[in-house]
Write a protein that binds this ligand. Sequence first.
Ligand code: AR6
Length: 202
Amino acid sequence: MASSVAVFRVFVSPGRSLVIAGPGDITRESCDAIVNAANSSLMGGGGVDGAIHRAGGPEILEACKMIVERQGRLRAGQAVATFGGRLPAKHVIHTVGPVWAGGDHNEAETLASCHREAIRVADELQLQSIAFPAISTGIYGYPVEFASHVAVPSAADALAQAVHMREVKFVLFDSDTLRQFRDAAKSFAESKSLRTDSYHAS
Ligand code: AR6
């Protein structure tokens, strides 16, 4: 059976869109860069981090080791780029989300920073398209509903301020996360009177 991907688009400004898509595997995305929900060691892990290193091959880990040797561990909310190895995406932007600790420990600001910094790094590389997973909502325990209302507006703001960036896509792994991000994108679009559309892609 051919699987179908639901797509919801918000037109943030002329020629720039925020896309919510899924259920889907981000390692299959052929945009300019995919974002990795890494940890501060940059040495790989489980979840989407493990999937990206498996699909991209050992050269990504070698590049991460060189970054850590040069600049130390990556703090939560920051982002760095490596190439994409064997992935269809040319680049991986590694960022470290906050570990959920109840919501009073700057989690929202750190999560917003992940999105802003990843888009800023991609824009500096003159890339036009980037795909995010739902950072921090797996092993790091950030409730998806709360995370979606941080991720969507911070990504949309960074997209509007970027020079080269044309598309920011969220590729969500499961249908519940997809629904929550779509709801957050709908209410964001309504609050800003932005045009939207939706369709299914095979
Ligand atoms: N494509 C898209 N999304 C995925 C994929 C995939 N292939 N695989 C998982 N997800 P998580 P975190 C979703 O746990 O919470 C690692 O060990 C997943 O369903 O990957 O930021 C790191 O090294 C969830 O919705 O990242 C860190 O130690 C989302 O990606 C820690 O986990 C994020 O889940 C980071 O935890």
